[in-house]
Structures are given as structure tokens and as C-alpha cells.
Design a protein around this ligand. Sequence first.
Ligand code: HEM
Length: 405
Amino acid sequence: MSEPVATFPSYDLFTPEVLDDPLPLLRRISAETPVSYIPQLDAHLITRYADVLSALKDRRMSTANLTQGLDRLTPAELEELRPVRTSVAMWMGHTDPADHVRFQQLLKRYFTPATVDLLRPRVRELTHELLDAVEPRGRMDVVADLAYPLPANVIAEMLGMPTRHREQLQAWSRDILALFQLADVDLLRKSQRSVLEMQDYLRGLVDERRRTPSEDLLSVFVAAEREGVVTEDEIVANCVLLLFAGHETTAGLIANGLALLFDNPDQLALLKSEPELTPSAVEEMLRCDGPAGVVARVSTEPVEVAGTSFPAGRQFYLAMLASNRDPSVFFEPDRFDVRRKPNRHTAFGLGAFYCLGASLARMETEECFRVLLDRFPGLRPVDGGPLRRPSLPLGRRIESFPVEL
Ligand code: HEM
């Protein structure tokens, strides 16, 4: 295949208006062209559902989550960040395909819908505990008091982390986020420090499990190490991945989901009166404002996207934020409809890199909303509601979300 012959319309994703709300521009891009060019990222953007779907399925497109922030660094900075780059290169999905499958085979069975369902009562209990703590105050910050600590506690328990270390784990996980954004080098240094501290901490726990195995995921890793399936370096790197992935994304879904409910009072009322709609409401939250609004890919071989040929080594951003609102697939795509069926969004990705934690995230979010709306039916936003910040290169995160119970 030859170099692409077409020139692509180019768009600026970094204007204040787009950073504030990228959806209007994404709608326009989607209507105007299947593939566009983003100069600041030196990457192509794909926004239409069919094209995003085929790119997600295409084995010639490898994950490229880290290159976005690091490509812009100097050689000296890259060298300084070598330890974190080496560690993240061992994360499942960032390795070569054989190592990726090895990890998937090891972990998949602990994240099936049936296995995850066994944790439901515990998630309900943890939700109640968090709400018990804020009830006397009559208000809370949904992010700090519920959305963040709930999934953080669940994944920490699954891995077997002692309760007393939960806050430290949460703080480390927050720092890691910078690796996935277009962060400056100081933030990346801070991320590296946190990853290395977390890994040192995990090495101590791995050592304990070698002496005294338990029922947790860390013990599963240690058993696999004994059989020669994984190394200690791979264990600690992938525990960091699970802790990070377990903390950040589900927290975003809970906060975004609640904001959608408040923005759509008729749907909130419907969900309160028919709690059995919770699973389909969660799917609609994932479609409308799933926390992974974009994933990055690099072509490892020549590929074709929307009828145009690209050589190996091209970067692509697949904007699920846009494709999950493609009007050719979703009826009235901008309507938040807790009954929507079918709802074939791709908020958890698809194919080889499909989210390992999808069932867990769904279950946690369902239980969280069931308990929250049942216990506090009068819940309402206060102090201006959710505070959003841009999450580069595309999307927004809710940083704080004051509500009255
Ligand atoms: C609402 C919550 C979540 C969302 C929206 C989400 C989204 C995603 C997406 C889009 C991918 C694919 C990335 C790509 O194709 O490049 C992914 C992969 C992954 N996610 Fe999640 N995720 C969520 C929760 C979780 C949780 C709770 C965990 C773990 C406890 C987790 C662990 C992972 C792992 C390990 C991968 C890599 C899978 C592989 O490459 O085989 N995620 N996630």
C-alpha cells in the first residue's frame, strides 16, 4: 500500500470552547469527514461508528496509549522517564500479542460476569459504608466521597491490599493519570515517582503471599509465578495497571452518570420508580458519557481506514465519545434514554483489547446507583453542580460534584 493520497481536513481540538465541550466540534467533524487530521497530535481522528468499530477490531492497529504524551519529550526527558516506560510496557495490552494473551488467560476468569456477581453484596455493603460516613453532614462530594473510593476499595480488596493502605493507593493512582494525558514533564515525573513507590510497596506484598498464600488476585499472580508463567516485574506492573484502571474509569462513570441523571429529570424519575432499569441506565451512561472517550492506536502494518490507505507507523485516535452518538446507528443519539435498546456502544472497546474490567465496572455502577437513589431519593446538586476539567486530548473529567442528600 502506498502513502495516503488524500489530504485530510484539519481541526483544532485545543481551543477553549472545544476543551470546555468537545461534542459540538465532534458532531461537525463526523458530519463533514470520516477521517480528519489533528496537527497538535500529529494523528488522525476517526469519529464514525463503523470506522471506529473496524479500527477496534483491526489487529494491525496496536494500542498506543502512552505515546501521545511522551512523543513530545526531549531525548533526555525520555531517558529520565525510562523506568516508568519500561514498567508500562509490561502492562497487558501494551506487550506483544503472545504476552497479552498469556495475561488475558491468567486473569479473564476472575472478571467474568458470574465471578463478579459474587462480589455484588460486598459492593452494596461498601456503598452503604461510604454513605453512612457522609449522611450526618447531609451533603457530600460525589467524586471524593463515593465515586472514587468505591471502585478503589473493591479492586484493592480483590487484589488483597490491606485496608489501612487504601488512601495511599488512591493517591498513587491519581498521579498515574497524567501518563494518559498530554501532561507536562513535571507531572510525568510525579507519575513515575508514584508508579515506582507503588511497585516497591507491591513487591513487599508479593513476598508476603509467597510465604502465606491467600484467596486474592495477588495470590493468583504468585501461584502463576511459581509455575513460571509470570515474573515478579510483570506482577507488580500489572497490579499497578489493575489498581489504576479499577480506580479511575469507574469513578468517572459514576460521576458522569449522576450528572446525566440530574440533567434529565424525567429519566431520573423513571429510574427511581423502576429500579429494574438500572442495568440499561448504566449502558446509556456508558454510551452518552463513557469515561474512555477516546483510545489511541498505531498502525503496525499498512491499513485502510474509511477507504483510504495509510502506511505503518501512523497514529490514530478513535473517538468513542463521537461514534457512540453516531445518528446512523443510534436513534436520537443526543437523547439520554435509560430504556434504550439495543445499545451497541463501544465504551469498553472491542476485540483483542476489550476491557477486562467491563463486568466489574457495570456491576459496581449498578449497585452504587441502586443504593444511592434508594437511600437518598431527594438527592440534588448544589453549589453549581459538577466541576469539569478538560481531559486531554479529548473529553472532560468531573473533578468535584457537591450534592445535598
Ligand atoms: C467504566 C469503567 C471502565 C471503562 C469505560 C473502561 C474502558 C476500557 C477501554 C475502552 C479499554 C480498551 C482500551 C483500548 O482499546 O485501547 C479498556 C481496557 C482495559 N481495562 Fe477497562 N474500563 C473500565 C473499567 C475497568 C476496570 C474496573 C478494570 C479493572 C479492574 C479495567 C481494566 C482494564 C484492562 C486490564 C484493560 C486492558 C485489556 C486488554 O488489553 O486485554 N477497566 N478499558
